[in-house]
Design a protein around this ligand. Structure first.
Ligand code: PAF
Length: 280
């Protein structure tokens, strides 16, 4: 495995593979890697001739400076994990390498980016699209891998790829959970023992709602989850929305869509956690 810091060096290495007709897969990450990332990388390794993993804490997608500063940076540990997963290249650029000048491009994909995270984190998806498009331009992968935990992000990236016509297959990968159900996240490392216990209520409420939904309306299911989080100690609900999985618009009735997902964001102490569950 090789660690590369500049776009130029990466492109020299990748051009040799591409000339031979090799397929290149990309897993974009912000580091602080865990088993969820490992599952993306292993799938990328299995489905391509070469797996490139980018590790870059992208400043343009943070609307909270404090959050950006606190974001864990663990490149050495990340590289050990990536080597064990079979990655060929780790692309770990500097901020200056990715943003030699301010990125003035704007990416807007309504209605996908005007709901949920789009309301609570203004500018976030614009920053995500800025960096992901830069990574796509630099690597020109055949496939790129994203986790379904960031459900809205995945929908927006698919839409960006569709509109810009990038010749890249976007592969969404299932959420990886701890044995007790908590969705893996780099932010879990910031939870205290007590908060970790409280956070478990999030996935429990979602799983319970899946069974509940088979016999109840959308609005009853919504209330069940909202009530469960309101009753749980140490949790504060930001939103829980039951949406069509393609348009991300609320559904009023289960018959309105054949692809329905419940998306939730909850503060556990200071830590903002997201999760989702598929109803059908
Ligand atoms: O999901 C993430 O970790 C980030 O949003 C991504 C896609 C790597 C862009 O910085």
């Amino acid at each position: 495995m090789k660690i590369v810091h500049t776009i130029k060096d990466l492109q020299v290495l990748l051009s040799k593979l591409k000339i031979q007709g090799k397929k290149v897969g990309l897993v974009p990450t912000m580091g602080a890697l865990h088993a969820g990332h490992a599952s993306l990388v292993k799938r990328c390794v299995a489905e391509n001739d070469a797996a490139v993993v980018s590790v870059f804490v992208n400043p343009t997608q943070f609307n909270d400076k404090n959050d950006l500063e606190k974001y864990p940076r663990t490149l050495d540990a990340d590289c050990l994990l990536l080597e064990s997963c079979g990655a060929m290249y780790v692309f770990a650029p500097s901020v200056r390498e990715m943003y030699p000048e301010e990125d003035m491009r704007t990416f807007s994909y309504p209605p996908l980016d005007t709901v949920m995270e789009g309301i609570y984190r203004p500018g976030h998806f614009n920053g995500v699209c800025q960096i992901v498009s830069k990574l796509f331009n630099a690597v020109q992968p055949d496939r790129a891998y994203f986790g379904e935990k960031d459900f809205q992000q995945l929908a927006i990236i698919r839409e960006m790829v569709r509109q810009i016509k990038y010749p890249i297959e976007i592969v969404g990968c299932p959420i990886v959970r701890e044995a007790d159900g908590l969705a893996l996240s780099s932010r879990n490392a910031r939870l205290s023992f007590e908060e970790r216990k409280n956070a478990l209520k999030i996935s429990q409420a979602l799983f319970e709602s899946r069974t509940f939904a088979t016999l109840h309306t959308v609005s009853e299911t919504q209330k069940l989850v909202e009530g469960a989080i309101a009753d749980a100690p140490g949790l504060r609900l930001e939103y829980f929305e039951i949406v069509d999985g393609n348009t991300l618009q609320n559904i009023a009735d289960w018959t309105m869509s054949g692809y329905v997902v419940g998306c939730i964001t909850v503060f556990c102490g200071e830590v903002r956690l997201i999760d989702n569950v598929r109803y059908k």
